[in-house]
Design a protein around this ligand. Structure first.
Ligand code: NI
Ligand code: MN
Length: 227
């Protein structure tokens, strides 16, 4: 059972088989996460799905603070080297990398990816993270795609972490279909409420999932869960 600490937006600290995996670090720039500090975050591994500022805002600082291995696309690894950090693993869609006993498969995401200065940041992706007992699909920013059905064919997910904020990603209705596609019975929502474009009605979102027989958890920023 994974321990999950929600740090706001798309940033989580997952504990899987005793390994701390942090996703898309963005805390200091998040108006909803003012009560949190990256100094309290522990990471053995940092997963980064794409180069947008709301996913890499604290990446360089957190990597340097923790010495974690950063798993992301090739272009973001090269960018990190220019910021003075070279402990990273470049991947691309379809590849699997086993790190500290946990398997990371990079899967497709339908989105865009550029650095805050507008330069190319590789293709966006998601990850299927498999440990001893947990198998988690962390989708990153994405719209609904049929590719998600491939995940159901290959993996028996214990959890999917899906964007639900609409506008820049799937909204709740499409995300509920995504849960069906990937075979997840339980979903943690992310990428919602952080700023105006992605504010959602929580009850309406939960209803969309309920109609598909899927449980949706919308964590509070800073909340700790065990799922
Ligand atoms: Ni994005
Ligand atoms: Mn985003």
């Amino acid at each position: 059972m994974a321990k999950i600490w929600y740090l706001g937006h798309s940033c989580f600290q997952f504990e899987i088989d005793g390994v701390q995996v942090v996703t898309d670090p963005f805390i200091t720039g998040n108006p909803l996460a003012r009560h949190l500090s990256i100094e309290d975050v522990n990471a053995d591994i940092i997963l980064v799905t794409h180069g947008h500022g709301d996913h890499i805002g604290d990446l360089v600082e957190l990597a340097k603070q923790t010495g974690a291995e950063v798993i992301t696309n090739y272009e973001i690894c090269e960018w990190l080297k220019k910021q003075g950090y070279d402990k990273s693993r470049p991947m691309n869609h379809g590849g699997t990398y086993v790190c500290k006993g946990i398997s990371f498969k990079m899967v497709n995401a339908a989105h865009s990816s550029s650095f805050p200065d507008g330069t190319y940041a590789g293709n966006p992706g998601g990850f299927v993270v498999s440990g001893e007992t947990d198998c988690i699909y962390y989708a990153g920013d994405t719209g609904l795609t049929l590719d998600m059905q491939l995940i159901k064919d290959e993996f028996d997910l214990s959890l999917a972490v899906l964007p639900v904020g609409d506008n820049f990603t799937m909204g709740p209705r499409d995300a509920a279909r995504a849960a069906e596609f990937c075979g997840a019975k339980r979903v943690v929502g992310m990428h919602f409420d952080t700023f105006g474009f992605i504010e959602i009605d929580h009850q309406q979102a939960k209803n969309e999932f309920e109609q598909k027989g899927v449980e949706l958890v919308l964590p509070e920023v800073g909340q700790k869960l065990e799922l």
